[in-house]
Design a protein around this ligand. Structure first.
Ligand code: XMP
Length: 344
């Protein structure tokens, strides 16, 4: 009913007014943006909204399962289809035996923009596959995206020397062959406004206050340089290592009451850097993990979070002891600008 949204309802109704004979398919990541967009459209058109989630194999630990359970519980009547596309993602992002010749430039992809563009295309292919599997008429389908205002600005309007700061995977990345019209009901909103809308729509605090997670996922948190280090690919092994370290980090932040004071926290893996360490009587020569935590309101600027030393010590001990392949943990003390929140 219009009363739920007050005077703004007319605006929202126009934003999600898709026509009576149309379907909306929605790529849901489980973050606040796509969850709010999904809840909104589900409320507006019920089962003509068909949400799906692409499991890229580069998600946080157990993410697909957790998101499906949480959303289906809190958005009554909604069914989330999970599409496992991890094989396709690893095949193109990883240099493995026999893959070099097969994928040319795409094998061992390390350079950030190249990586993002490939991930963007793989998402589109996964979207197309999901829609085909649903058996809906393409010409009557709209594609829902949880794009926010900062995504739009950072991908299109900031004209620096290279004209674009980062190509966000979900903005402007859809090729012409993808005939579906896109609807982006959150395109004019900032994150805090989307959170307020999520509360209005009855989403749980675990969804609404969840730290953002970029579409390209762990793929842009496994850092490498272009064409220089043959050992630096995004592999299943490096993604598993990173997701474990990230999970420990986030668990400790929650346990110690820091998660909700932080705008975004995550771990980054530096697979091209190895450092010497000692474990018991042994010398180790393994990878470095960087912890990032920032405070921010709009994600356009951010300050590094002043984390208490005892919390850092506990997280570092746990990661080094529990995650095979990491023997050094560093804390990132850079603000945005000049650094960005993500490392790629
Ligand atoms: P940066 O690194 O640009 O990040 O300071 C700002 C916010 O945007 C998120 N981010 C992305 N989100 N697709 C997304 O959906 C992307 O390609 C992407 N790149 C960055 C980032 O996690 C942070 O919240």
């Amino acid at each position: 009913s219009g009363d739920e949204f007050g005077a703004d309802f007319l605006f929202w109704q126009r934003v999600v007014d898709v026509g009576v004979d149309k379907y909306v398919v929605g790529a849901v990541s489980g973050g606040v943006d796509s969850s709010v967009a999904a809840a909104l459209v589900h409320k507006a058109i019920g089962d003509r909204f068909r949400p799906f989630m692409v499991d890229t194999g580069l998600l946080r630990k157990d993410e697909a399962k957790i998101v499906k359970e949480r959303l289906e519980k809190h958005i009554p009547g909604m069914k989330l289809k999970v599409l496992d596309a991890s094989g396709d993602f690893y095949k193109e992002l990883v240099r493995g035996p026999g893959l070099e010749g097969l994928h040319g430039l795409h094998a061992g992809v390390e350079e950030p923009e190249k990586k993002r563009k490939i991930i963007g295309r793989l998402f589109v292919e996964a979207f197309e596959k999901a829609v085909s599997e649903m058996g809906l008429p393409h010409e009557r389908c709209l594609l829902l995206q949880g794009t926010l205002y900062p995504d739009v600005i950072e991908s299109t309007s900031y004209k620096g020397p290279s004209s674009v700061i980062k190509t966000h995977h979900n903005v402007g990345g859809l090729p012409d062959r993808m005939k579906m019209e896109v609807i982006e009901p959150l395109r004019l909103l900032f994150k805090d406004e989307v959170r307020a809308l999520g509360n209005e729509l009855g989403l749980p605090v675990t969804s609404v206050m969840r730290h953002p997670f970029p579409g390209p996922g762990l793929g842009i948190r496994i850092i490498g340089e272009v064409d220089s280090h043959p050992c630096s690919e995004v592999t299943k092994e490096s993604a598993d290592t990173l997701s474990l370290a990230d999970d420990i980090y986030i668990e400790e932040l929650r346990k110690n009451g820091h998660y909700d004071k932080i705008g975004q926290a995550f771990a980054v893996l530096l697979p091209t850097v190895r450092s010497v360490g000692v474990m018991g009587d042994h010398r180790t020569y393994e990878n470095v993990c960087v912890l990032r935590a920032v405070t921010t309101t709009d994600f356009m600027t951010a300050d590094w979070y002043d984390m208490p030393h005892d919390v850092l010590a506990r997280i570092s001990n746990r990661i080094i002891n529990e995650v095979k392949g990491i023997n050094r943990v560093c804390y990132d003390v850079s603000s945005k600008p000049p650094a960005t929140i993500e490392w790629e």
